[in-house]
Design a binder for this molecule. Structure first.
Ligand code: GAP
Length: 433
């Protein structure tokens, strides 16, 4: 984990937020490579679960919502962590994490447990007196329920269908930790899938298969994944059943995504609290009802962390060590590096021109500094799947070599064939060329 955190900082994947001011606990910044990786991951998810399906629509709602939303959702009453304080060192711990945290180190006596709401409060409005207190949303899904009627009337969706949303959520975590695994500001990718009550289990099982398959398709090794079924006693207040996909991080198994059966809880609650009827009229059954909801809810940051952990490898090649990030080509921040074999004899100019031309098709990187072997290693370390080398033969017959990151094999091909070759392997959407 230490090596990975250091690589992420050194190469520009992830930085600590506000580090020049000493940092902010539980907040992280995605650097130039990290932002591309995360964007690719989210685009992959959006394409798979929204654009390529005919039973899903998207939403991008505001983070700030009416304060009553959080009463109706149960967050004001129920979204608590149980905390204990150490009377000696004054540190605060989550009671359910005491064992993992193996603390307090000072051996001090612990206070009685008490509830602490995990939502982050804020104030909307220009003056202290008239400002309205509300919260930064602790989950993205509530706006899906609140906007349910608007989505139904503005589109032609018919049950069974889903609404998907990705975006920031905020939780005042007591002990943010394990790099970007548990933070105070993070991104969720959530789906609320609405169906008839009698089809709840059917859709739960379908979603179970679909989300599992997605992790395999983004390149996560299956042996690093497992299911965890929440016992009835520990289910969240809205849930009839929840299972989690867990990933084996270097620090142990951790939740990547929850799959919950929320029943009709949320639409019923919001109908009661808002006074607006959020039931659904089923034209086929000629009846009105509150649909059941199956919710796959994933964390974008935790998935990025799983992708980073899964990709990291150290290898010895011809007695030389190389660090390699084996990202799936569709997720890799940079798809292809364009490298002149040497700077002289016009090779740098040819390579530079190709890089400019190809930049509009896929993310590229131009590098002419140092021996070609060193440049290949630099690209391996940031997970660039292809290195295209412009050499003397390029001048003669308009061909280049394309080196594949994992096998290190090189194939020679005409310059004109390169874009289609790269796009075929790196594009998230199928390429029709
Ligand atoms: N709407 C349901 C919901 O929010 P959750 O299990 O509390 O369920 C869903 O959160 C996902 O959001 C988790 O599986 C995790 O990937 C991510 N997540 C939750 N809290 C997080 C945190 N503090 N830091 C990073 N990711 C978090």
């Amino acid at each position: 984990m230490e090596k990975l955190v250091s690589l992420c900082k050194r190469k520009g994947f992830i930085f600590q937020s506000s580090s020049i001011y000493g940092g902010v606990n539980g907040c992280w910044d995605f650097g130039p490579l990290g932002v591309e990786l995360k964007r690719n991951l989210k685009e992959h998810w959006w394409y798979r679960f929204v654009l390529s399906r005919d039973d899903m629509v998207g939403l991008d709602a505001s983070i700030l919502m009416h304060p009553r939303v959080w009463e109706a959702s149960g967050h004001i009453e129920q979204f608590h962590d149980i905390l204990v304080d150490c009377k000696e060192c004054k540190k605060r711990f989550r009671e359910d994490h005491l064992e993992q945290d193996s603390c307090p180190e000072c051996g001090g006596e612990l206070s009685e447990p008490r509830a602490f709401n995990s939502m982050l409060k804020t104030k909307m409005g220009v003056s202290e007196e008239t400002g309205v207190e509300t919260y930064l949303r602790p989950e993205t899904c509530q706006s899906i329920f609140v906007d349910f009627k608007d989505v139904c009337t503005s589109t032609r969706v018919k049950i069974p269908f889903g609404i998907a949303q990705m975006g920031k959520s905020f939780r005042n975590e007591v002990n943010p930790r394990n790099f970007i695994f548990r933070s105070r500001e993070f991104e969720q990718m959530e789906i609320e899938f609405f169906c008839r009550e009698e089809e709840e289990e059917l859709w739960f099982d379908r979603w179970k298969d679909d989300i599992w398959q997605w992790y395999l398709d983004i390149g996560i090794r299956e042996e690093k994944l497992r299911w965890f079924e929440h016992p009835k006693e520990t289910l969240a207040h809205y849930s009839k059943r929840t299972i989690d996909v867990e990933y084996e991080y270097p620090f142990g198994w951790g939740e990547l995504q929850g799959l919950a059966n929320r029943g009709a809880y949320d639409l019923t609650q919001h109908s009661q609290f808002s006074g607006k009827d959020l039931s659904y009229f089923d034209a086929d059954l000629k009846e009105r009802y509150f649909p059941s909801v199956i919710e796959p809810s994933a964390g974008a940051d935790r998935t990025v962390l799983a992708v980073l952990c899964d990709a990291y490898a150290e290898e010895t090649v011809k007695e030389e060590q190389r660090v390699i990030m084996r990202f799936h080509p569709q997720l890799a921040p940079i798809k292809a590096a364009i490298l002149p074999l040497v700077k002289k004899d016009g090779l740098a100019e040819i390579a530079g021109d190709l890089e400019k031309k190809w930049r509009s098709f896929f993310t590229t990187y131009y590098d002419q500094a140092g021996a070609i072997g060193r440049r290949y290693r630099r690209m391996d370390e940031i997970g660039t799947p292809f290195c295209i080398c412009v050499d003397y033969e390029t001048k003669e017959n308009d061909t280049v070599t394309v080196r594949e990151r994992d096998s290190m094999e090189q194939v020679r091909m005409p310059v004109s064939e390169v874009p289609a070759y790269i796009l075929k392997q790196c594009s998230i959407r199928p390429v029709c060329c």
